[in-house]
Design a protein around this ligand. Structure first.
Ligand code: NDP
Length: 481
């Protein structure tokens, strides 16, 4: 029996109104294993209607009871963590242990973090010289549209939906059609938890049909989107003349800057992780590794040796480091970037090819982790987002040169800096044009911090109070005493 991935509208699971289905693939096996509701505008309209009807009741419920409802859902996801992780791994191709240790625990943490954050969120007030008191009243913005990508499916879905719901918004959400299975399971847990109908609505289907209908819907005043920069630009063009609030978390081309004084072993271990975690399909992965010239030969040898030792294999196996990439189309796109790198004069130090596994995984979409050298900062390989298991390494001589290369792309999401020099940490951190600078670490996340990119990596910030602000409308109330 094929697993069905259904819409969740008005508290009920069901197929798309038009009766159409999409095929969902298991990337590790390269075969269809789900049928996904192929929704369209009429399903989005129904979801918006349900969300609009549920809005006054959900807002009036108050923070404490919204907190309780979100916590009940989080508890059920935690109870079924292993089931969620297995589904995420099969739907996305990522190693099961990564889903067990990162994706699903973080989804649970997102729900709990925003459920509790809302309890402790205060608004501002001050007295003026004119004997007036001003306070800021923040109310839910209304029905929020949340659109999320395939790389960290439930993790990024809950990262948007949880703060929206905590503030009192009702939600119409769309996961990526490539990896929707865990959102269907989340909907089942919402029903089990007695979540009020219409508060969270999930419309399954494609970006051009469902995503566009959400973006264009006049009754949705705020859109929170994570995905590619080109899609973000399309959404911004639609939303701007409608004066919608927009939060856009887009692509990246993150630089890793390695200075000779760093803790070499720690840097090496973390740089392998920041390059190839989730098959390099994390917007925060470092894809351009810049190494101080005196350290370059040692780094190059040790890094390539470690990368060659990574095990590409069955996502279900504990020993697997690199699972499958998300789709055949994406695999071909990543391979085309490797071909481009060769055309541009790059040298492959390892990887570069598809990996064929045996047995039931023979049709899966696997790729060897790839390291390229010999390319300058301006070439397309070092400018365009690849979003796969491919990194370049380049030597640099001075801090200025490293900064120029690091900042020399249209993206500005994250940077990683490896150095033992405290002054350099601050000096460089201030000059790196990215929304996040990790120093001597990578992906060390605290949910209170502002998260987002500069330049073409996005507009606005998520996380902590920033997310609560986004999903609320601040109003000034001025009372003359
Ligand atoms: P896409 O931009 O292709 O898709 C993201 C989401 O938008 C999907 O749900 C997609 O639906 C939907 N979508 C597609 N077209 C439209 C449209 N016209 N209107 C509205 N929605 C639409 O990105 P990917 O899913 O390929 O994700 C990878 C990208 O996401 C990378 O560029 C990566 O850097 C970025 N990303 C950024 C992060 C950040 O925090 N800055 C974090 C994670 C990823 P469907 O897939 O069903 O077509």
């Amino acid at each position: 029996m094929m697993q069905q991935v259904l819409n969740y509208i008005g508290g009920k699971l069901g197929p798309a109104a038009g009766g159409q289905w999409l095929e969902g693939h298991a990337p590790g096996e390269g075969r269809v294993f789900t049928h996904i509701a192929d929704s369209d505008r009429q399903d989005v309209d129904r979801a918006v209607e349900a969300a609009t009807q549920a809005l006054p009741g959900w807002m009036a419920l108050g923070r404490k009871r919204r907190h309780d409802a979100l916590m009940r859902v989080a508890d059920l996801v935690e109870r079924d963590l292993a089931l969620f992780a297995a589904a995420e791994s099969r739907d996305n191709g990522k190693p099961l242990h990564l889903a067990m240790e990162v994706d699903v625990p973080r989804a649970i943490a997102n729900l709990r973090f925003f459920a509790t954050a809302i309890l402790h969120w205060e608004s501002e007030a001050h007295l003026t010289d004119d004997e007036a008191v001003n306070y800021t009243d923040r109310q839910a913005v209304g029905v929020a549209g949340c659109i999320s990508p395939w790389n960290l499916p439930l993790y990024l879905f809950t990262w948007k939906v949880a703060p929206a719901l905590a503030t009192g918004c009702t939600v119409v959400a769309k996961p990526s059609e490539l990896t929707p299975l865990t959102t269907h399971m989340l909907a089942e847990r919402c029903i089990e938890a007695g979540f009020p109908p219409g508060v969270l609505n999930i419309v399954q289907g494609t970006g051009p049909k469902v995503g566009a209908a959400i973006t264009e819907h006049p009754a949705i005043p705020a859109i929170s989107f994570t995905g590619g920069t080109a899609t973000g630009a399309r959404i911004a063009a639609t939303a701007a003349p409608m004066f919608k609030k927009l939060s856009l978390e887009l692509g990246g081309k993150n630089a890793v800057l390695v200075f000779a004084d760093c803790d070499f072993e720690e840097m090496l271990k973390e740089t392998v992780r920041s390059s190839f975690s989730n098959q390099g399909q994390i917007c925060l992965c470092g894809s351009r590794i810049l190494v101080e010239r005196s350290l370059y030969p040692r780094f190059r040898a040790a890094f390539v040796e470690r990368v060659k030792a990574l095990r590409v294999g069955d996502p279900g196996e504990q020993s697997t480091d690199i699972g499958a990439v998300v789709s055949e189309a994406h695999l071909n796109k990543v391979l085309s970037h490797v071909a481009l790198a060769k055309e541009e004069g790059g040298t492959l130090l390892c990887g570069g090819d598809q990996v064929r596994l045996g047995g039931p995984l023979a049709q899966g979409w696997y790729m060897a982790p790839t390291v390229i050298e010999g390319l300058g900062p301006g070439c397309r390989t070092n400018q365009e987002e690849i979003f796969g298991p491919v990194v370049t390494i380049q030597p640099f001589d001075t801090e200025e040169e490293a900064l120029q290369a690091a900042n020399g792309t249209r993206y500005g999401l994250a940077s990683v800096l490896w150095t033992a020099d405290g002054r350099r940490m601050h000096r460089m951190a201030r000059q790196l044009k990215s929304g996040i600078v990790w120093v001597n670490c990578w992906m060390l996340r605290d949910l209170r911090t502002p998260f987002g990119g500069m330049k073409h990596s996005g507009v606005g910030r998520e996380g902590g109070r920033e997310a609560l602000r986004f999903f609320t409308e601040p109003r000034n109330v001025c009372i003359k005493l």
